[in-house]
Design a protein around this ligand. Sequence first.
Ligand code: BG6
Length: 499
Amino acid sequence: LPAPSCIMVIFGAAGDLAKRKLFPALYYLSLANQLPEKFAILGVSREDFSSETYRELMNRESRAHLDGDYSQDVWNRLVKCCHYLQGDFRDPAAYQALAKKLCELDDQCKTPGNYLFYMATPPTFFGDIAGHIAGAGLAAEQDGHWRRLVIEKPFGRDLQSARVLNRRLLEVFDERQLYRIDHYLGKETVQNFLTFRFANGVIEPIWNRRYIDHVQITVAEPLGVENRASYYEGAGALRDMIPNHLLAVLSIIAMEPPISFDADEIRNEQAKVLRAIQPLTPEEVLTHTVRGQYDTGVMPDGKRVPAYRQEPGVAPDSETETFVALSLMIDSWRWAGVPFYLRTGKRLPGRFTEVMIQYRHAPNAAFKRSVLKDRQVEPNVMVLRIQPSEGISLGINAKVPGQALRLSPVEMDFSYDDYFGHEPSTGYETLIYDCMQGDPTLFKRADIIETSWQLMEPILDVWSALPPRDFPNYAAGEWGPSAADELLQREGRSWRVCS
Ligand code: BG6
């Protein structure tokens, strides 16, 4: 069904997020006939564009990020909805102009006064933008119109700033108007974890410490910092990815079954499991976390790429990490003693976003002597592939045909494509649609964000107190620094080789 009619105001309309994710997501929504029948997009940013030059910019720079079958008609229809307003996010006058422009667009496009404000700006603007929207009288919901605010990540840069931001937002908006977005929760494959775990009788009974040895969550990207140095230099891989995307995935993998799929029931369970993660002590930060920064190197496609410190806008002696690996323990009956290993980085050998569940070894006394010469049977491994080649595979041991008893690992594989076809998506479609519908289930509550930052605090504190790193410490195209391998080797384990 098409979403309710509204205007989507994108602050930071000419930025990377708008080009790479938001416009492609709006295109896919339009392709699926899920955009509102009466709809307008109003881009706001500092650049001096007319609506026409803004449309041309999106034609030039956003279309390249579309995947799958392309329909020129659908794209044209989307671009036709685009309007532009130049404005300085910190200038109250810009919001008076915004209020006027929204009235005009409501008249012109027959939209009923529902506004979705999307903050696709650097996080330093979030508080100001929210304050000024309210200052211009645009936050109040009257006469049945809704006003919603989507807040991009990072939500703060530590616990303290997250709390301050939250307070500022709640001074001018109601909690039910706030949509704190984490696009990983919008990914089909991540949502499917809930179905996979709770709609299959064979999965949940063995989803615990009795059967599972450890869990690995990998988000590997071949991309470098692109043109985002001004944000990334102040963030780094930890802030950019762990408290949001990786902990979001972890919370769904590790949570207890909710009593229903209502927004708050799911979010209560996510919050509970995050609260059960043991914060690292300062000593553990030294032994359980690894950070890295990429050097120049050759990517798998044979292209040599520059080091992080040579990227435009990056300081030549930057201490910002582009890779992080860490291990966490969850102090609960289900997970006690099961390490969760997390790793993410830029300029890694490929795009692999996946969760690996490694089961315990089978009790294999019968096989040991004659077949395996005292080695152990390979443990079963389940891989939940979030992207690309979305799907789930289970590695099992099989007998190699023949008289001799020999074992070989084989794979049972489910691929989304085979069953449902290829549906290109960015992860933002469902979330934008849900926000237009007023469904907060897949958005983050303030307590979840704060608990996530709380877990990062000891790491950020210890890292900032340590002397400068020996960066760069991994070549572009490698799987991060060798210390990341040692992190697991010390515990007799190793990272999955993604392919
Ligand atoms: C963003 C990060 O939130 O997620 C980026 O800021 C990262 O640094 C991106 O590249 C990854 O998202 P996806 O959907 O491409 O895996």
